[in-house]
Design a protein around this ligand. Structure first.
Ligand SMILES: NC(=O)c1ccc[n+]([C@@H]2O[C@H](COP(=O)([O-])OP(=O)(O)OC[C@H]3O[C@@H](n4cnc5c(N)ncnc54)[C@H](OP(=O)(O)O)[C@@H]3O)[C@@H](O)[C@H]2O)c1
Length: 291
């Protein structure tokens, strides 16, 4: 893979990582629908040079972290990024779990489920509507995680579904090494935020890089991909890698075939004309992406 690296906390990670959410069963619930395939995805990702894996106890819940532990422990050479701040209802809903006590017990759960003494990176997943940040103060919640970091249970902290003001508030409490927000060819509200984070040396890790539960569809994206002999998903990932050096990718898949396709996007060079057309996609509103 030739995506290059970016420093996440204290480690230079490959800019092409892997997001493990798709390894839970349907509806991000329960064990993988195909356990052998899920194991194969993880093994092949790591064998191919992926060294940054995104996860959470929300996925399953707990089944994805259990799978990571069973397949990848002791995670030699890997940076495993988890997130706290949510929980699953029995009806498979996604619910906030943002009290200090809930955050503390979520960190303990992750330590136990991943079987580590220290979590590499913990994102505080905030809870605005539709994956968008709200502008509440995060001082109490972030301070609680900073305290766990001071105790050695967490190496680095990040924020998810966050605004710039919340990152600025967090930085008065403890270092922030990454931001994980929704961003892709169709959702570019964070353009200025990405550049600001780059100036601070903070990684930006877009979730739903391929559009999430309903992958991106656009005639312009398909046309560019056909001209380059690539797939639309590869072009979407290459566009993100090109967007800024602090962008780290964590595309999700449950399929080895899709994993290979996604990793190969690191070899794709986008000519100027393709970049211009891709940059124009959002403004033309010519992309379909609902979730
Ligand atoms: N912080 C947050 O609030 C938050 C929210 C959502 C996600 N995340 C993280 O972000 C990661 C990435 O997000 P995501 O997995 O939801 O969305 P994504 O990477 O944008 O897309 C995943 C979807 O695309 C499909 N796919 C993957 N590669 C493909 C390919 N080459 N061709 C066609 N379809 C392909 C997958 O299906 P197949 O399994 O069939 O390949 C899956 O349905 C997650 O794994 C998770 O770790 C964080």
């Amino acid at each position: 893979m030739s995506a290059g690296t970016y420093v996440l906390g204290d480690v230079a990670v490959n800019r092409m990582g892997y997001g493990a959410m798709q390894l839970a069963g349907p509806g991000v619930w329960g064990p993988p629908k195909d356990r052998a395939a899920a194991e194969a995805v993880l093994r092949e990702a790591v064998a191919s040079g992926v060294d940054h894996i995104d996860t959470s106890d929300f996925y399953g819940p707990y089944t994805v972290n259990a799978l990571l532990r069973e397949v990848l422990h002791p995670y030699a050479g890997l940076t495993v990024v988890t997130k706290v701040g949510g929980r699953r209802g029995e009806d498979k809903s996604w619910l906030p779990a943002q009290s200090v006590a809930e955050l503390q017990s979520a960190v303990e759960d992750n330590l136990r489920n991943l079987k580590v003494d220290t979590l590499d990176v913990v994102n505080l997943r905030l809870w605005g509507a539709n994956y968008k940040p709200n502008e509440e103060s995060i001082a109490e919640r972030f301070s609680a995680l900073a305290e766990l970091r001071a105790q050695g249970k967490i190496k680095h902290l990040g924020l998810s579904n966050t605004s710039r003001a919340q990152v600025e508030e967090a930085l008065t409490i403890a270092p922030v090494v990454c931001v994980q927000n929704e961003y892709n060819l169709a959702h570019r509200e964070d353009d200025a935020f990405i550049d600001w984070l780059a100036g601070k040396g903070i990684a930006y890790v877009p979730f739903f890089p391929l559009g999430g539960f309903s992958p991106l569809q656009s005639s312009e994206l398909s046309a560019v991909a056909a001209e380059l002999g690539a797939t639309p998903m590869q072009v979407a990932l290459a566009w993100l890698l090109h967007r800024s050096p602090n962008v780290l990718l964590i595309p999700g898949t449950s399929s080895v075939g899709h994993l290979r396709e996604n990793l190969a996007a690191t070899e794709l060079v986008l000519p100027q004309d393709a970049l211009r057309r891709l940059d124009g996609i959002e403004s033309k509103g010519s992309i379909l992406n609902a979730h």
